[in-house]
Design a protein. Structure first.
Length: 137
């Protein structure tokens, strides 16, 4: 199996619904790194998995539609919310739609959208919303 991953990012504002999200229920900003991975069991006739230049353009266009926006105002996301997983699903939906509109990888190419999360525990130490007893050491 061969794979190529294209990475980009975008910044948004949003809030999350439900007590499970604690302070994230309030409006806040987030920067998401997005990995779009294309996989094939065999390389195409040109010896590649995907045209990385064009795939990067498609991903940039999709993320450009969401960047610097308040996702709370996006009707398409209102039904499911704005969790990391739902944002990844939405980016995948938009990416597939863009790919279908003129850039279609070779048959047999799988596509995946991932938003890796790396949050250092030190990030939570100084949050005023957490009582002292709940703050990490």
């Amino acid at each position: 199996m061969f794979s190529v991953t294209i990475r980009d990012h975008f910044m948004i504002a949003h809030s999350l619904r439900g007590e499970v999200f604690g302070p994230a229920q309030g409006l806040h900003g987030a920067t998401y790194v997005v990995d779009a991975t294309f996989r094939r069991a065999t390389l195409d006739a040109d010896g590649v998995v995907v045209d990385i230049g064009r795939a990067g353009e498609v991903l940039r266009a999709v993320l450009g539609e969401l960047g610097y926006r308040n996702l709370d105002d996006e009707a398409e996301l209102a039904e499911h919310g704005h969790t990391l997983e739902e944002v990844a699903r939405y980016v995948m939906t938009l990416t597939k739609a863009q790919l279908a509109g003129g850039f279609t990888p070779e048959p047999g190419t799988e596509q995946e959208i991932a938003i890796p999360v790396a949050i250092p525990s030190t990030l939570f130490r100084d949050l005023p919303c957490l009582p002292e007893r709940e703050r990490p050491e």
